[in-house]
Structure formats: C-alpha cells, structure tokens
Write a new protein. Structure first.
Length: 231
C-alpha cells in the first residue's frame, strides 16, 4: 500500500492559510497571506522534496488546485519544481468543479475518503497532499494520512485556517526528522503514533486545596452547561 503524505507551511500558531501571498486565499477576510515569503533561504530551497511532487501523485483540494493551476504551468519550462508539478498526475477533490484544465488532473468524486482509500491500495508512486486546508481535515479525521511534512514559520497570525482544527482526530505524533533554516523555519517530518498517551503529574492523594479546586471546576462546568457563568 502506498503512503499519503501531507505537506504544508504553518505559522507558530498552526495557521496554514495562504502562505504564498495576500491574494492566494483571502477567504474569511484573511489579510495575512504571504507570511512565509520573507523567510525563504537556500536551506529551504534544497529541501523541497516534500512539496514539489517529484515521483509522487498529487492530491489537491479545489482551492489549491486552482492556485497551482494558475501559477505553475506559466513558469519557465526548465524550472524543476514546475516540471515536477506539471508532469505529475493530480487527483482533485471538489464538489463544484466539473472539468479540470490543468493537465493530468482528474476528479476524485463525491466520496473522497473512499476514493483516497482506493488510490492508496493501488501500486504506484506515493500520494502527496499539498496545502488543501479543507481536504486535509477530512483525510486526517479518517486516519488516511501516513506522514506530515510541516514547515513551521516564526510568525503568529492569530486567525485563518489551521492545520489541525477543532474537528481533528486526537492522536500522538512521532518526530522523524527536523532541520532549521537560517531564518528560523523548522522543517519537520512527523508520522502518526497511535493514541494520545495520557498521564498525570497529580499527587496520588490530592490536597484539601486540590479537592476544593476540582469541586469548583465541576460547579463551573455545570453552570456553563446551564448557560450561567461566574465572575
């Protein structure tokens, strides 16, 4: 079975929306697009194997497909990243598109989870999911992503689409590789590592103050569920 590898740029607070420029995806009045641009360096340029589609088949959401399709076919013919992305087979998730103009692109159909599961079961190149903030939520929740290439940029955006939204399936991750660019960008690779290992630093026998604190929190939860709040 081939792997599905998700690759994305995120801020320190996990925002992955529009890293390439302000006009890339202003959905929700997002005005902080392009936060990755100023941090690019030679180290990152040499580490694009998780983002260039080389020897991979691409899996893209509609927005990312449209962004890439409006950019990469128009780059110089000898650009290595353009050559890889333009030449790769592309599987596109969309509920609205009926036709695709970027070469070697095909629609996944209505049941994206079933379609990706079927693709993973076939022989061939690994599957590369790039960006695609909505699609990644669906595939993460379905436990279909086998590896995450996450580049963490030293900015805090405070708003925008996040890599792991509140609907994300809880789970542990194991760090496989990590590098740091000269500009402070963390280039990391993680793989899923099962359930979150739960533990506690609490005393075996809680103190009187701790018991009181827990009782207070229980009361606050009850009040919140009844639509009440305390100062």
């Amino acid at each position: 079975m081939r792997k599905l590898i998700a690759s994305t740029f995120v801020s320190l607070d996990g925002v992955m929306q529009a890293p390439g420029g302000p006009e890339e995806d202003p959905t929700g009045r997002f005005s902080l697009g392009g936060g990755s641009f100023s941090f690019w360096d030679e180290v990152m340029g040499q580490s694009l194997s998780g983002f260039d589609g080389n020897d991979r088949e691409l899996v893209l959401g509609r927005k990312t497909h449209e962004i890439f399709g409006a950019y990469w076919p128009y780059q110089p013919a000898d650009d290595p990243t353009a050559m890889s992305l333009n030449g790769a087979r592309k599987h596109v998730a969309s509920r609205t598109l009926k036709t695709l103009s970027w070469n070697k692109s095909s629609l996944l159909g209505d049941d994206v989870v079933a379609a990706i599961s079927a693709l993973k079961s076939r022989n061939g190149h690994d599957l590369q999911l790039i960006g695609s903030g909505n699609l990644i939520q669906t595939l993460q929740a379905a436990s279909l992503i086998d590896e995450y290439n996450i580049w963490i940029f030293p900015v805090v955006l405070g708003r925008g689409r996040r890599l792991f939204e509140t609907t994300a399936k809880p789970g542990a991750m194991r760090l496989v590789t990590s590098h740091v660019s000269t500009t402070g960008v963390l280039l990391t690779t993680y793989v899923p590592a099962g359930a979150v290992p739960i533990g506690s630093f609490a005393q075996a026998e809680p103190s009187a103050n701790e018991r009181e604190r827990r009782a207070k929190m229980a009361d606050e939860r009850t009040e919140a569920s009844n639509g009440q709040s305390r100062p």
